[in-house]
Design a protein around this ligand. Structure first.
Ligand code: SAH
Length: 226
């Protein structure tokens, strides 16, 4: 899978994608993440990509031309399944949206900045808009990082033990069971006996019970979903 991220601040994202699991995914050839500096796509001699909004509103707006140039250049090289704009008024990002995106070959993530982007880009070039929550960030970079991270980690082979991604929270609309590691007794804080029993079937039952119990307790709304 290939993810192209369009941003005015590629530096913010470089470090993030060059670490641990995301780096390994790229080295293994399971994911490609490409950062594009929007300022490389403007004809403006000061490399400006924003301007004042029509109507006299406050703030600055990202212009059509550099965004159009960048998306058109990418589209001329390959087909994209989705051109996604990160936006607080978009559809809510969830595990099921991440699962769906992870099946795609190529996606574009466009990071907004300032007051946002010229609305005509949203009308003509964007195929999907995603919010990472009901709050407003200064830019779409963190949203793009969240989306790319959640999508790449579930590509088969990215996480060593594939079962591991499948038993995380929100797969099957359930929260994950608690996990423990050595030592079995730390300051008198004990690991549940069942996990030390070696009885695989009973341990599996315990895990499933824990998932349901924790979901009922902490997120009962998930049990009502399909
Ligand atoms: N004026 C806009 C907010 C602009 S914030 C509004 O009220 O909707 C600047 C940029 O940050 C946005 O264009 C978007 O790309 C990004 N952003 C901010 N909050 C976000 C969120 N919750 N999810 C995804 N992207 C977000």
């Amino acid at each position: 899978m290939r993810i192209d991220i369009i941003t005015v601040l590629p530096e913010i994202l470089e470090g993030f994608f060059n670490q641990s699991i995301l780096m390994r995914a790229q080295k293994k050839g399971l994911a490609e993440i490409h950062l594009h500096n929007l300022r490389d796509y403007t004809a403006d001699k000061h490399r400006r990509v924003d301007d004042y909004p029509y109507g006299g509103f406050a703030g600055m707006v990202m212009q059509c031309e550099p965004i159009d140039n960048c998306i058109s250049s990418l589209k001329s090289q390959r087909h994209y399944d989705e051109v996604i704009f990160t936006s607080p008024d978009g559809e809510q990002f969830t595990q099921s949206v991440a699962n769906g995106l992870s099946l795609y070959e190529n996606i574009i993530l466009l990071c907004g900045h300032y007051k946002g982007i010229d609305h005509r880009i949203r009308e003509h070039l964007i195929t999907r808009e995603i919010s990472i929550g009901d709050y407003v960030l200064t830019g779409g970079e963190l949203a793009a990082a969240v989306i790319a991270d959640a999508v790449v980690r579930i590509i088969p082979g990215v996480i060593g033990d594939e079962q591991s991604a499948l038993s995380d929270c929100f797969q099957d609309n359930l929260l994950a069971a608690p996990v423990y590691t050595r030592p079995a007794d730390y300051k008198g804080w004990k690991v549940p006996d069942i996990l030390l029993s070696g009885d695989e079937a009973r341990i599996k039952d315990w895990e499933i019970n824990q998932c349901y119990e924790r979901t009922r307790l902490l997120r009962p709304d998930l049990l009502d979903e399909d």
